[in-house]
Design a protein. Structure first.
Length: 353
């Protein structure tokens, strides 16, 4: 991700590969959280993150291969190295994202991936990072989320070896396979359970204790089309819906709960007649489910809190994800950029800076 927020994995503005040395005032963070495929995406989507590279660190073997690391004999961990702009995103924020991707109590691996190469660790690059990481770890341990002690190690950084090219940006190159791998690993299920226990950042003035109104209440509150789509899983007409050609900057929220779903920054013209996006507004914004209706296999998309039917996701979209989230306008409400602050969604203004 470039300093302007666009994906730019291979080169900086001058054509060089992005490193902490090629971007003024950039800094480096190195985290291990199990399979590096699952660690790249959450960080790459953050404004201020310039680049995320999958690789190996923590061992003594020079230039290890994936096979050598996978054997567990190299001493290295699968890890990611993050180049970031501290003026836009802090090390504390990166740590917060890190904790939300792992099981920090598991010293024997990460979810279905077992072995020392999959254990979690924070590799600090200087004394300030060390102190910040130790404080953050102590806060996680005292949060009450986990029954067992925090096993994540805090280790002095030494060397980092980038992984083979086919491992870089795996979630973009193989989106469908990545989705099923991540779900099959149990990572998402575990994280949802842990982080739903305590309310997270305020979103539209609500927290995770949200309870959807009864259907008879919603039937009175929503238009017939909104109710048919959100609660009865219907599909609105193509080209005859509110947002299919909307070009304004802003975000789209669930028509029932108000939970943030998609950003105009990820909207594209698909030619289908429905609003289409390359990805949700955040990693866990929506839920995807197998849909075998209409004599075909599809992947349905539903909102997380209100369980509203939103649409379907297909693997024929444009870069950077290759996905097309084909949504129903009737299931969403659009909030223009200039209204985000007053409606309680000010945290998303960063998407349009």
């Amino acid at each position: 991700m470039s300093i302007l927020g666009c994906n730019n994995k291979d080169s900086a503005a001058n054509g060089e590969k992005i490193t902490a040395d090629t971007v003024t005032n950039a800094e480096t963070a190195t985290f291990a959280g199990g399979c590096f495929w699952c660690m790249e995406a959450p960080f790459e989507k953050m404004d201020g993150v310039l680049d995320v590279v999958s690789g190996y660190t923590g061992g003594q073997m020079e230039n290890p291969t994936y096979e050598q690391v996978s054997s567990g004999k190299s001493g290295h961990l699968e890890a990611i190295q993050i180049i970031y702009d501290p003026a836009k995103i802090s090390y504390e924020t990166l740590l917060d994202i890190f904790w939300r991707q792992i099981d920090p109590t598991d010293a024997g691996g990460s979810f279905v991936d077992r072995g020392p190469q999959y254990r979690s660790a924070i590799f600090y690059h200087n004394e300030e990072q060390k102190q910040t990481a130790e404080k953050s770890k102590a806060e996680i341990g005292a949060s009450g989320r986990y029954a067992n002690p925090i096993a994540t190690e805090i280790i002095a950084y030494d060397k980092f070896y980038p992984a083979e090219d086919y491992h870089q940006d795996y979630y973009k190159k193989n989106p469908i396979r990545y989705k099923y791998y991540r779900h099959g690993s149990g990572r998402d299920q575990f994280l949802e359970k842990i982080w739903e226990k305590v309310p997270e950042n305020k979103r539209s003035g609500k927290n995770n204790d949200y309870s959807r109104p009864a259907d008879d209440v919603l039937k009175e509150r929503l238009t017939p089309m909104q109710y048919a789509v959100a609660r009865k899983d219907k599909t609105e007409p193509a080209f005859k819906n509110e947002y299919w050609d909307n070009k304004q900057e802003g975000i789209y929220v669930d028509i029932v709960s108000g939970e943030p779903l998609f950003s105009s920054a990820d909207k594209f013209k698909s030619g289908t007649g429905w609003p289409s996006f390359t990805r949700p507004i955040s990693e866990n914004a929506v839920i995807e489910k197998a849909d075998n209706s209409l004599f075909m296999k599809r992947t349905e998309v539903r909102s997380r809190k209100a369980d509203s039917h939103l649409g379907h996701v297909f693997d024929d979209g444009p870069p950077p994800t290759g996905l097309r989230y084909c949504m129903n306008s009737a299931a969403m409400r659009f909030i223009p950029k200039e209204d985000l602050e007053k409606e309680g969604y000010g945290e998303f203004l960063r998407l349009f800076e």
